[in-house]
Write a protein that binds this ligand. Sequence first.
Ligand code: SF4
Ligand code: SF3
Length: 551
Amino acid sequence: MFCYQCEETINGTGCTVGGACGKKEEVAVLQDRLIYALKGFAFCNSRGRLKGCADPGFGPFVMDALFSTLTNVNFDAAYFEKLINETLKRRDVVRNAVHNGAPPGPTAPNVAVITYEDLMKKTAEEIGVLATADADVRSLRETLIYGLKGLAAYGTHALILNSEDDTVYQFIEKGLISTIDDSPLEKPNVDQMVALLLECGGFGVKIMSMLDAANTKAYGNPSPTSVKTGVGKNPGILISGHDLKDLEMLLEQTRGTGVDVYTHGEMLPAHAYPAFQEYAHLAGNYGNAWHLQKTEFESFNGPILMTTNCLVPPKETYAGRLYTTNVVGYRDDKIQVKHIAVKSGGGKDFTEIIEAAKTCLPPQELENGTVMTGFAHAATLSVADKVIEAVKSGHIKKFVVMAGCDGRHKERSYYTAFAQALPKDTVILTAGCAKYRYNKLDLGDIGGIPRVLDAGQCNDCYSLVVIALELAKAFGVESVNDLPIVYNIAWYEQKATLVFLALLHLGIQNIVIGPVLPACLSPAVLDVLVKTFRVSKNTEVEPDIKRLITL
Ligand code: SF4
Ligand code: SF3
């Protein structure tokens, strides 16, 4: 196997004998095969599109499949075997329709006609990441694939709330085809591949804005909210991941049962939506970011529902009360985590989880305080006058975007130290699980404006973009690069890759990323990013404060 899609990749070069994330070789190779099959399906579908016989379910199917290969989503080999089979079946339907009709157009490449048996024989070397020999082409292709995975993840969330757009599906199709060796379309050169990455970032902005609109339409505009971090006396269910629709269904079904619901990780910002504040049994946020789940799920005592990433291979001690839903899954030699599927006719039945909760002890207290969230664009812009005044009067010197992901490497303590070392006239804008490194510190406020403004989940980076664009208008500057905003982004997985591409698409310069640079960036590709966008890696707290804030 070879996988270098996330920040944890072994030695900063690639996981080759099992993933640092717990992904086994078998699953890694199946994921490679699935991606390969999806490329072939995308090509056939593009021909079908021209002839009016494309798969009508192409977009949602491919998004689900791509999402399931994102880091810490699905560890179940059987799940991927099924998906590969279905991909090839769907491809064959479109392919036959194309060939049975008028002239078929260019001959499909091998990738499009391979059989299931052939595909299962192919090794990682033949079809995986390293099959692309040229390091720079490989780098550009894989970065695009990771961007597409992020796009698929956010697209899936939007679709669950009935928001979709065919241009997103067409871009996913085009992006997948562009990575095929001997691409049947005009094979993109390096400049065209860089342009595709930026186009992917543009679709990232679009999908995040669609998701933002869908979330706020369904659940209202978030408002600043203080969330309890302590526990009550009732048994509880812990819900983690990004899927707000699952939270809504769970809250409805637990109403009046005597079971409380707690959020974990990326579900924390849900507390800020008016629709969720109606539920008195939405009791608080338990614990921190995903990488602490082995201890936090243990002490929670009740059932845990994982709606999306980030799932860590569970300990046997709590695996029996762990549930997955959507594209999340886990199975190994000893453990098979229970999965809640969509009922025929729609909706989900969480009865099993609720009944299990009733037999469990209440959660064990980890802490007993509060944490603030809910500074999405509507709430923050509603006090725009105050913010602008604070900037004009010099009370706020800089905004520091510290959005992104958290992770388990000890180097991540940098972000806590960086937040603490920031001058008192700076405000942190955050979104994603990176915030857990500093959202419980007492960093105070500036004239009533808290020094940490949490816009929400990683997809709510969109809010930070809206805020920046509005500030640019208010200050009458031509570009967001002229605003007193700097970027110190933490990344971990492929949604963060998409957010990064989205920022580049918006022309944002001088982004600092860490704790390490993505391994998929070859020296030459990195050089392009450095020269064009002045991207750099974070270093130590002091010099970084100096170059980002003081200078
Ligand atoms: Fe390694 Fe990350 Fe890939 Fe897991 S997802 S195998 S940790 S690079
Ligand atoms: Fe976090 Fe996985 Fe990325 Fe959504 S939950 S930001 S790491």
